[in-house]
Design a protein around this ligand. Structure first.
Ligand SMILES: Cc1cc2nc3c(=O)[nH]c(=O)nc-3n(C[C@H](O)[C@H](O)[C@H](O)COP(=O)(O)OP(=O)(O)OC[C@H]3O[C@@H](n4cnc5c(N)ncnc54)[C@H](O)[C@@H]3O)c2cc1C
Length: 371
């Protein structure tokens, strides 16, 4: 079999490029993935009880990119959905991002207007001219009391470092609402794919020009693979950039998650799709997928997420060391583009990408090289 384009990785980045090359440029495309399924980290499937669960953590789609929304409309219908998150603090469930209700509940207040909330924030936050650490950012945005209750331990769990040890950029601009809005996202479009995420990727790859090979690792099986298919004219690689270059500049650090699934003999387990546990618990959050997929089932499955340094690479750790190392890899990757080799995606770009950003980057790359 000879192919025009070899795509390594059947996640968002790989599937978009495969679909575009096959259907727009009429190229023969081979997609391989080291896992036994398509969809990358967005993969979902039925568990033993027949409940639709995400295999690599809950995924909530939201975007303001018109082109991404239009593109996805070819492969799925959407259920309207507004994501809401609650945090378990001082024995209560309070809205995240922080809004008037969060402050009212945690401090026993009865604020009802934006003006009162702005006054509360003014009285409780600190002015730090140049926030250097994530703790500084939190103190300027929400103040010490909320920081201690909601952000300090959660950040420690997530990154294994105190916010005072982390660069200001990591916590970013903590969103704070000065009204009662409890929607988690503020993008133009938000929804749940009507038949789950995996179906989107299966639909994208369902093209006569596309062949899929699963359980094939490009880096370990490369010789045999290239012997079978010959040299392709273009290679799209969506795996780890440091692994692609055989770690020649050192390893990039990632934080991972362990997912614990439990199926319970009850229709629903908790009152919200996602509940964060910043303080007493070892896990970070508990998700109940049925609450966002809308599936009717007499039983329910929940997922607890435990942060860890072991396991699949999920979250790039944006310390200066890692970013410096990544820049060396990025230069090496750029130099390969003239040979038709492109590295793209959250692992290849060493960046946390929301799904819509991954779709957008892949569509933009095709617009640049697909011609
Ligand atoms: C826990 C978690 C929760 C998330 N929740 C959300 C959310 O709610 N909303 C949102 O917008 N985004 C969310 N995201 C982000 C989302 O998962 C990413 O945007 C998306 O997965 C990026 O797609 P990708 O194709 O770049 O990477 P991936 O999905 O990781 O796909 C890369 C694929 O390449 C394959 N691969 C790697 N190396 C090789 C190799 N050597 N040979 C063969 N195959 C290889 C992998 O097996 C994988 O299938 C979340 C991410 C995580 C980790």
């Amino acid at each position: 079999m000879s192919v025009d384009v070899l795509v390594v990785g059947a996640g968002i980045s790989g599937c978009v490029l495969a679909e575009r090359f096959a259907s727009v440029a009429n190229k023969r495309v081979l997609v391989i993935d080291r896992r036994g399924h398509v969809g990358g980290n967005c993969y979902d499937c039925l568990d033993e009880a027949g409940i639709l669960i995400p295999m690599y953590g809950p995924h909530m789609f939201h975007t303001s990119y018109e082109d991404v929304w239009q593109y996805l409309g070819r492969f799925t219908q959407w259920w309207p959905y507004t994501h809401r998150v609650k945090s378990y603090v001082d024995g209560m469930l309070v809205p995240v991002p922080v809004n008037i209700e969060t402050v009212n509940r945690l401090f026993g207040l009865g604020m009802s207007s934006e003006e009162e909330m702005l006054n509360w924030l003014r009285d409780n936050t600190q002015e730090i001219k140049e926030p250097k650490t994530s703790e500084d950012v939190a103190l300027t945005r929400v103040g010490r009391a909320l920081y201690e209750k909601m952000f300090k331990n959660y950040t420690w769990k997530q990154w294994d470092r105190w916010p005072s040890q982390l660069d200001a950029s990591l916590l970013g601009r903590i969103p704070v609402r000065t009204n009662f809005d409890d929607g988690y996202f503020s993008d133009r479009y938000e929804g749940v794919p009507a038949q789950g995420y995996t179906t989107i990727f299966q639909n994208m790859l369902d093209h006569k020009n596309i062949t899929i090979m699963l359980n094939v690792d490009y880096l370990t099986d490369r010789e045999a693979l290239l012997r079978d298919i010959g040299q392709s004219k273009a290679l799209i690689f969506t795996g780890r950039i440091d692994a692609f270059f055989d770690y020649r500049f050192g390893r990039l650090q990632y934080r991972s998650l362990e997912f614990e699934y439990e199926t319970l003999d009850m229709e629903y387990f908790q009152s919200n799709v996602v509940i964060n546990y910043p303080n007493e618990h070892r896990y970070m959050r508990v998700t109940e997928p049925k609450r966002y997929t809308g599936q009717r089932h007499p039983r329910t499955t929940i997922i607890r997420e435990y942060p860890t340094w072991e396991g699949d690479p999920y979250y790039p750790v944006p310390s200066q060391d890692n970013l410096d190392t990544y820049m060396l890899y990025e230069q090496a990757a750029k130099a390969l583009e003239k040979d038709g080799i492109y590295l793209i995606g959250r692992l290849a770009n060493y960046k946390h990408l929301n799904m819509d950003q991954a779709f957008k980057n892949a569509l933009d790359l095709f617009a640049r090289i697909g011609g």
